[in-house]
Write a new protein. Structure first.
Length: 241
């Protein structure tokens, strides 16, 4: 039986790339989406074509009660996850003086509160399985150095990094590694082209990253070869400091 991995926000973009890469590595993949079930079904079908198992969970990561219910039902039916990738996140960029309450709250609830909402129902089943495991959270360069117009986003991702490091200490003796991947400017096909060109000037490698490069990093951290790596923040940012 293959090891099971859940990737939140895996119907498109970075999450989808991670799901497909881990499927290539032989993991069974649980695809998660919030609203676009059609894209999730396309991703799940691509995974199935690779010869591993896949199914879909649909819920809002902000909805603690619903997330808990569906995740506990999933574990009861299929068994505990070996790996979890907390990837789902949003941005609501604006200058702080003009930031509305909802722009703060929605980003914090989606990006940071989801750490608890997703992992709290799943950690103890992983521990009780006594087979080790991998937890990977997706932060951002903004959570390390901050970014103009992203006070809310930077706060959420900085908090995520701190939570990740703390949880790693609690789970290390259970052979469950907990690490964070912090992408920089990644080409997902939706960024403003003019703004991207301006940011690239400040990146030492002088280019954007690809979703596949982020996925390759997650794939390594999920592998047996990364068993001695925990409590780390791995930046995938072309040297952007």
């Amino acid at each position: 039986m293959n090891k099971r991995v859940l990737i939140t926000g895996s119907s498109r973009g970075i999450g989808k790339a991670i799901a497909l890469k881990l499927a290539d590595s032989g993991f069974d993949i649980t695809v998660h989406c919030c609203s676009n079930i059609e894209q999730a079904e396309e991703t799940s079908n691509e995974i199935l074509s690779k010869g591993v198992a896949s199914h879909i969970l649909q819920f809002d990561v902000q909805d603690r009660a619903h997330a808990k219910q569906l995740l506990e039902e999933d574990v009861e039916q299929y068994g505990p996850f070996y790996g979890i990738v907390c990837n789902a996140g949003i941005t609501r960029d604006t200058a702080f003086p003009a930031m509305e309450e909802d722009e703060w709250d929605s980003v914090i609830h989606t990006n940071l509160d989801s750490f608890y909402n997703i992992l709290h129902p799943l950690v103890m089943p992983m521990v009780r399985a006594r087979k080790g495991g991998r937890i990977i959270t997706m932060a951002s360069v903004s959570g390390i150095i901050g970014n103009r117009g992203q006070v809310n986003y930077s706060a959420s991702k900085g908090g995520l990094i701190a939570a990740t490091k703390s949880l790693s200490l609690e789970l290390a003796k259970r052979k469950i590694t907990v690490n964070c991947v912090a992408p920089g400017l990644i080409d997902t096909g939706i960024a403003d082209e003019t703004l991207t060109k301006e940011i690239v000037k400040h990146i030492p490698l002088r280019r954007t990253g690809s979703v596949d490069e982020v996925a390759a990093t997650v794939d390594f951290l999920m592998s047996d070869g990364a068993a001695y790596i925990t409590r780390q923040v791995i930046s995938v940012n072309g040297g952007l400091a």
